[in-house]
Design a protein around this ligand. Structure first.
Ligand SMILES: [Mg+2]
Length: 186
C-alpha cells in the first residue's frame, strides 16, 4: 500500500554505502540530495564529504547534485567538489530527474538516487523508475524537534522493514566497517 514510498535500500548515512559495489552492480552514476543527506541543512561541505566525492569519481562513477534549494546554496556547497548539479529541481516532480539522467548520459537503471526524504527524494525517483537509497536524515545532537512528515515516514518504514522483497532490491551495497575510515580519510 505504501510501495511508491519504498526505497530500494535504507541505510544510516551516505558513508555506509560501498560505492564500488554499486559500480560492480552496473550503476554508472549517483544522484545526491544535499540537505540533511550529505550535510546538515544549509551547512557547507566538509572534508569528509569532499573526500567522498573524490573517491566516488576515482572508482568511475559520475555524480550529480539534485536539490530543491537555490544556486547560491549549491555554489557554496561545491567549493571543493567537481560535480554536475541541478538546483531549484522541484522534486518530486519527474522533470529534473529526467534532466539529470540526460546530463549524466545514463539510463534510469544505471543511476541511483540518494536522499533523506521519502516523500521528496524517494517518491520522485520511484516515479521515474530510478533505483534509490533512503539515508537517515542528518540530525544535530541537540536537535529534538522533528517535523510531522518524519513521523509518517517512521510508520511507513515500519511496514517497509517487514517487506523483504522491497527492502533488499539492491542486495549488499554496504561498506565493511574497516573500509569506512579509509573512505572518510580520502
Ligand atoms: Mg534533503
Amino acid at each position: 500500500m505504501f510501495r511508491r514510498f519504498y526505497p530500494y535500500a535504507y541505510t544510516r548515512s551516505v558513508f555506509s554505502i560501498d560505492y564500488a559495489k554499486l559500480r560492480d552492480k552496473g550503476f554508472r552514476a549517483v544522484i545526491f540530495d544535499i540537505d540533511n543527506t550529505l550535510v546538515h541543512h544549509g551547512d557547507n561541505s566538509t572534508p569528509q564529504v569532499d573526500a567522498l566525492f573524490r573517491n566516488i569519481h576515482k572508482i568511475g562513477l559520475k555524480t550529480l547534485l539534485l536539490t530543491n534549494n537555490d544556486e547560491e546554496r549549491v555554489q557554496r556547497f561545491i567549493k571543493n567538489i567537481d560535480t554536475l548539479y541541478i538546483c531549484d529541481a522541484e522534486k518530486p516532480q519527474p522533470a529534473a530527474y529526467l534532466k539529470a539522467l540526460k546530463m549524466l548520459g545514463v539510463g534510469k537503471e544505471e543511476a541511483v538516487c540518494i536522499g533523506d526524504q521519502m516523500f521528496i527524494d524517494i517518491v520522485g525517483a520511484n516515479r521515474c523508475g530510478i533505483p534509490n537509497i533512503l539515508v537517515h536524515f542528518i540530525q544535530l545532537p541537540n536537535e529534538k524537534h522533528i517535523g510531522k512528515k518524519r513521523y509518517i515516514e517512521k510508520v511507513i518504514l515500519w511496514f517497509y522493514r517487514r517487506n523483504k522483497k522491497y527492502r533488499s532490491r539492491l542486495g549488499d551495497i554496504y561498506i565493511k566497517k574497516e573500509d569506512k575510515n579509509a573512505l572518510e580519510q580520502g
